[in-house]
Design a binder for this molecule. Structure first.
Ligand code: PGA
Length: 227
């Protein structure tokens, strides 16, 4: 049976307080419902919300993993403003590395990103590594590769499921990553068309993860594909 991996990327949204409200809402939606077997769901939140989210997820026992959206390329030490993998690992199990917004705004290079992957793995974090195409180098040790075409991110213009399936298939063939997922304008309306594809192991929704009800609905409809 196919398993599915879905990670919500909150980007630079939500205070710690708002994150807790999101968990309460999600918890209310979830009450009494059966979570799809074979579905791994993760929320990738800002650093500032990780500690309280970790507490809230433990208290509510929700079946959601927790991730950061970046990690330092350095260890603990004299790196002002950086958050090390060891610090992330105190609260989260996952980390997104190489998101196109960071490649663009922070000018992150492939070399720096490979260094970040090394630090994340040394701290036992699972890595979701974003690439804009099948040609971009994927460092060893990555757990999930997310194919995210830049033009589809936050535009409401998702890639076609056929094309995304083709690119994810190429990435599967050229890397050792256990899972390859698609991201870019995924919604609760179009998620099934992506996760039904043979080479797409899941999705990375940004905007559609911000509202707890929408994200819950997205998980449930996607889960029907594997149930
Ligand atoms: P989007 O973002 O779903 O809002 O397009 C996806 C992402 O950037 O990971």
């Amino acid at each position: 049976m196919k398993s599915l991996f879905i990670a919500g990327n909150w980007k630079s949204n939500k205070t710690a307080h708002e994150a807790i409200e999101w968990v309460s809402l999600f918890h209310r939606e979830f009450a009494g419902k059966q979570f799809p077997t074979g579905l791994t769901a993760v929320i990738c939140a800002p650093f500032t919300a990780l500690a309280s989210l970790n507490d809230a997820l433990k208290n509510t026992k929700l079946p959601l993993g927790l991730g950061a959206q970046d990690v330092s390329a350095y260890d603990d030490g004299a790196y002002t403003g950086e958050v090390s993998a060891r610090q992330v690992g105190e609260f989260a199990q996952w980390v997104i590395i190489g998101h196109s917004e960071r490649r663009h705004h922070q000018r992150e290079t492939d070399d720096e990103l490979a260094q970040k992957v090394g630090k994340a793995k040394a701290a036992d974090l699972h890595v979701i590594y974003c690439v804009p195409d099948a040609q971009t180098v994927v460092p060893a040790g990555v757990d999930v590769v997310a194919y995210e075409p830049v033009w589809a991110i936050g535009t409401g213009k998702a890639d076609t499921p056929d094309n995304a399936n083709g690119v994810c298939g190429q990435i599967q063939a050229s890397t050792h990553a256990p899972l390859v997922i698609y991201g870019g304008s995924v919604t609760d309306q179009n998620v099934v068309s992506f996760v039904s594809m043979p080479h797409i192991d899941g999705v990375l929704p940004g905007a559609a993860s911000l509202d707890a009800r929408t994200f819950f609905r997205l998980l449930m409809v996607a889960g029907q594909v594997i149930s």
